[in-house]
Design a protein around this ligand. Structure first.
Ligand SMILES: Nc1ncnc2c1ncn2[C@@H]1O[C@H](COP(=O)(O)OP(=O)(O)O)[C@@H](O)[C@H]1O
Ligand SMILES: [Mg+2]
Length: 140
């Protein structure tokens, strides 16, 4: 288990760098955390760190956004908050994204838990009473 403390928004880039250095070769990363915990915000910082120049936003209406990063190539960003059942994830070809070898960053992974690969990195983001965030990487 590894924890990264994000004291405020200004610390995001440093936190993203520490995170990127910690994750090694993991490609599929599940971000657990309640609404407003900071999943999209952190994923945005992480994509910025990897050299994504496009706008990173929550793929609320599309399930998946695709970005091109200078350092790691394609990144897929999923938000499963609004899906109704696993079928929808299967239908967009979630499996092909997962096994593409590209980085997959997943919000609301609890909605597709049955489909996640075994070598999925489990991350929890928890807001603290002082509005800072604690990010816990559970399986490294
Ligand atoms: N590390 C942080 N420190 C302080 N505020 C944050 C942090 N991360 C996110 N926030 C704030 O929390 C709110 C929700 O963030 P968001 O990333 O949209 O959450 P989620 O995707 O988990 O629902 C935003 O207003 C954002 O500015
Ligand atoms: Mg979000």
């Amino acid at each position: 288990m590894k924890q990264i403390h994000i004291d405020n928004i200004k610390c995001l880039d440093k936190a993203a760098e520490a995170f990127a250095e910690a994750i090694g070769d993991y490609k599929v990363i599940a971000f657990y955390g309640s609404m407003g915990a900071g999943k999209t915000t952190f994923i945005t910082a992480l994509c910025r760190y990897f050299g994504v120049n496009d706008d990173v936003c929550s793929p609320t209406f599309t399930i998946v956004n695709e970005y091109l990063a200078d350092s790691v190539g394609r990144i897929y960003h999923f938000d499963f908050y609004r899906i109704n059942g696993l079928r929808e994830a299967v239908d967009i070809g979630f499996d092909e994204y997962l096994y593409s070898g590209n980085l997959c960053l997943i919000e609301w992974p609890e909605k597709v838990e049955e489909l996640l690969p075994e070598d999925c990195l489990i991350v929890r983001i928890e807001p603290q009473s002082d509005d800072s965030r604690v990010l816990t990487i559970e399986n490294i």
